[in-house]
Every structure is written in structure tokens, then in C-alpha cells.
Design a protein around this ligand. Structure first.
Ligand SMILES: O=C(O)C1=C[C@@H](OP(=O)(O)O)[C@@H](O)[C@H](O)C1
Ligand SMILES: C=C(OP(=O)(O)O)C(=O)O
Length: 429
């Protein structure tokens, strides 16, 4: 076996109760709001993947202290108005788009110059989408052609009215966060709803934020907000891999506990239920983020259709949904998914390439893919393309294929789910 290649052999079934990692999107935000707050905060069940560790490393650079325990992180911050940095403070965002774009909203209103940079994959991803609205707020940037590294100069921000041209929670969040340090009100309109964790956390902390139709309005932060305690629910995007394994392998049953049931995140569950999946969600526990338990059993599935309006609610689940579609009866159409081309990898191209290698009947389109099923998958060797979601999708493919699947660079799963392979070993039979 080549170094950093793993082999996943076929399984008969998966069974058991799974402890998932904390939600990655909520973890980034819990840390960022603990840094915005003044004083001590405590966050439980944080996602401890490499992306979230990048957010911690960046926030340490502005004078925020973290003490990481097994399930708890204690945070001590001088508060947003007390962040300190040396001139040209360099922030390594690693592989994380969320870290980069959310911090790009908070750094222009600071009194020091900063530089955001990241790995090869992150350096290919578009930053023009945040530079454009934040520049309208008077932020001053220097970038190479809308890509990292991004230099951010201190500036006096003003509120704006902005309609998102791409449905992106990262862009929406960057603008709302910048609004905390801007003069006047900041309004963001989202034509299609995307995840709303930033807005929920602002509300929870008493930050003045309001919604009218599909426009969010935030006011500048006049008074410091105090530290807080927060329990991060489990990550539905990580759950999706085990949901797929349980649906596709006979006589399987898995239970996933305390999963975020935020409606902006679980469109994939609703879509699969309509396609025939036996997925039951327990009654939601209402907190600032709804959460509950999910039970999944083996199911016969029909092909499904996804169009641009559905994409934001299941954007990160498309590679695993494409794998599920190879085993569903009939045709599955995924369109309006151009955004997938600017993720950690070009997820339209990489999903299609990997599934074709294993014998799937799949066609690539500029904005999506068409899949014909059910088509039995055979084994083979696939690349992870330095993309955690592609590596995890291929691992589930290995469980359902007729022969082993070798995954090159499998350790990239650490970006969002360091315990992924040990969990797979626990539940496979
Ligand atoms: O705000 C977030 O936490 C995220 C938003 C989405 O990205 P976009 O905002 O680029 O759609 C998603 O793909 C990413 O995994 C996390
Ligand atoms: C796209 C993702 O994350 P990010 O944009 O934060 O790199 C992801 O986790 O699938």
C-alpha cells in the first residue's frame, strides 16, 4: 500500500449508535463570538478538526486565549474593541474558507494591518465575493486577482444595503460581522436562504439584529457583550456519510444523537425521505439551534432532482448524495450547483471522476451532474483531491462496492472529522 493510501473493504451492514463531531460551521462561529465577547466563555463539544483549529490559531493572534480540554474549550478575550495585532499580522487560515471569509469581515475595522493566507486549495478559492461588498463598506484590501493572500488595511467602515449575488452563508456572515464595527446600519438580502448560524448566535447574545422578509439588518456593537456558555450540536454534514451507509447496506440501522436539525442544514434528510428513505428524526429540542436524534434504516430509494433553489440547504452533501444516487432506481438530476466548483476541490469534477472510476453511470454538466441507477459499483483506486468530503464519500463507496476501494490522501478527513475512520471500523459488520 502506498503511504497515505487506505483501503476500505466491502461491509455487509452498519449498526450502532454514533457519536458525531460538533458542527463545524457552528464551532467556527462559537469561537469567533467568544472572541467578540469580553471576558470568559465556555464552549462544549467543539468540532476539533483542522479547520476549526485554524480559527483558534487566527484568533490567538489578536490576543484571545484558549484552553482546550477533551470536550470543552475555555476562552478569554479582551472583546472585539480590544483585539490587538502587530502590523501586518499574518493569519494562516489553512484549508478553511469559513475561517477566511468570517475573519475578513472582522479585520477591516481593526487598528492594525493584517494578511490572510492559506494552503494551495484555499488560495485557489474566490475572495472577490467578500472583497466587493466589504469594499463598499469602505474596507481597504490588496489581493492577487481576488485570491489569497489578502492584505487588509485599517479603515473606518460604514453600513450598506447589499443583495447577495451568490447564495453564500460565508459572504452573508462576513458582511454582518463587519456591520458590528460599521457606522450606521448594515442590511443584507439573501435571495435564497442559506445557513443562519451567525444570525442565531447574534440574537442569542443580544446583538441588535432583525429580519424583515429576506433581509437581515444589524447595528454596530455599541456595548461589549459578556462571555457565554455554549453547547455545539453534532454536525449534520458529518452525519450524512453514515446516513448513506445505513440506507445503502441491507439490514442496517444507525442512531445519531444530538444532531443539529436547523432547517437550513437538513435539506438532504428531507430529500432522502421523499426518495423513500426510512429516516426518523426525534422531536427537536429547542435551543438557539434546534437539535435531536436521527434513526436510519436500510431503504429502497428512487432517483431525485435537485435544482438551484435547493442547493444552499445541502451544498456540502452533494458528493455523498451523488453516491447514494448511483444506488437509487431511475435518474437523478443535480443542476444549479456551480458553487461546487469553488470548494476545497472542484466537487463536480472530482465527484464525477471518482464515481466513474468505480463504474457509476454519471455525466458531468457545467452546473451539476446526471446519475443513472441502480448501478453496482466495483472496487478501484481513487484520489481524495485534498478534499475531506470526497475522501469520506469514497470511504462509504468502499463499504458498498463489490471489491475494496483504495483512497489516496485519505487523512484529509481530519479537516472536519478526525474520528471518521475509527467510527467506520466500530459500526461496520
Ligand atoms: O458558513 C459556513 O459555515 C459554510 C457555508 C458554506 O459555504 P458558502 O458560504 O461558500 O456557500 C459551506 O459550503 C461551508 O462548508 C460552510
Ligand atoms: C466547503 C467547506 O468548508 P469551507 O468553505 O469552510 O472550507 C466544507 O466543509 O465542505
Amino acid at each position: 500500500m502506498i503511504e497515505n493510501t487506505c483501503q476500505i473493504t466491502p461491509a455487509e451492514r452498519v449498526r450502532g449508535n454514533i457519536t458525531l463531531p460538533g458542527d463545524k460551521s457552528i464551532s467556527h462561529r462559537a469561537l469567533i463570538f467568544a472572541a467578540i465577547a469580553r471576558g470568559k466563555s465556555k464552549i462544549r463539544y467543539l468540532n476539533t478538526g483542522v479547520d476549526v483549529l485554524s480559527t483558534i490559531a487566527c484568533l490567538q493572534k489578536v490576543g484571545v486565549h484558549f484552553q482546550l480540554g477533551r470536550y470543552t474549550v475555555n476562552v478569554k478575550s479582551p472583546g472585539l474593541h480590544g483585539w490587538t495585532g502587530e502590523d501586518k499580522t499574518a493569519f494562516n487560515c489553512g484549508n478553511s474558507g469559513t475561517t477566511t471569509r468570517l475573519l475578513a469581515g472582522l479585520l477591516p475595522g481593526q487598528s492594525f494591518e493584517s494578511v490572510l493566507y492559506g494552503d494551495e486549495s484555499l488560495s485557489r478559492r474566490p475572495m472577490g465575493r467578500i472583497i466587493e461588498p466589504l469594499s463598499k463598506m469602505n474596507a481597504l484590501f490588496n489581493s492577487t486577482d481576488g485570491h489569497l493572500p489578502l492584505t487588509i488595511f485599517p479603515s473606518k467602515l460604514k453600513g450598506i444595503r447589499y443583495t447577495l449575488p451568490v447564495a453564500s452563508a460565508q459572504v452573508k456572515s462576513a458582511i454582518l460581522l463587519a456591520g458590528l464595527l460599521a457606522e450606521g446600519k448594515t442590511h443584507v438580502t439573501e435571495p435564497v436562504q442559506c445557513r443562519d448560524h451567525t444570525e442565531r448566535m447574534m440574537k442569542m447574545l443580544g446583538i441588535p439584529i432583525f429580519k424583515k422578509k429576506n433581509t437581515w439588518t444589524v447595528h454596530a456593537l455599541k456595548r461589549p457583550i459578556p462571555g457565554f456558555e455554549y453547547n455545539v450540536p453534532a454536525d449534520p454534514s458529518s452525519a450524512a456519510f453514515w446516513v448513506a451507509a445505513a440506507l445503502l447496506l441491507h439490514k442496517s440501522r444507525i442512531v445519531l444523537s444530538n444532531v443539529s436539525l436547523n432547517p437550513t442544514r437538513i435539506a438532504f434528510l428531507r430529500l432522502l425521505q421523499k426518495a423513500g428513505a426510512d429516516i426518523r428524526c426525534s422531536e427537536e429540542t429547542r435551543s438557539h439551534e434546534p437539535y435531536g436524534d436521527i434513526v436510519v434504516k436500510s431503504s429502497e430509494l428512487q432517483g431525485f432532482s435537485i435544482s438551484s433553489r435547493n442547493i444552499p440547504g445541502l451544498i456540502d452533501e452533494i458528493p455523498i448524495l451523488a453516491l447514494i444516487a448511483t444506488q437509487a432506481k431511475g435518474m437523478t438530476r443535480i443542476r444549479g450547483a456551480r458553487e461546487l466548483r469553488v470548494k476545497e476541490s472542484d466537487r463536480i469534477a472530482t465527484t464525477v471522476a471518482c464515481l466513474k472510476t468505480l463504474g457509476a453511470e454519471i455525466e458531468e454538466h457545467e452546473d451539476g451532474m446526471t446519475i443513472h441507477g441502480p448501478t453496482p459499483l466495483h472496487g478501484g483506486t481513487v484520489k481524495a483531491y485534498m478534499d475531506h468530503r470526497i475522501a469520506m464519500t469514497m470511504a462509504i463507496a468502499g463499504l458498498i462496492a463489490s471489491d475494496p476501494v483504495n483512497i489516496e490522501d485519505y487523512s484529509v478527513v481530519d479537516i472536519s472529522y478526525p474520528d471518521f475512520f475509527s467510527t467506520l471500523e466500530k459500526i461496520r459488520q
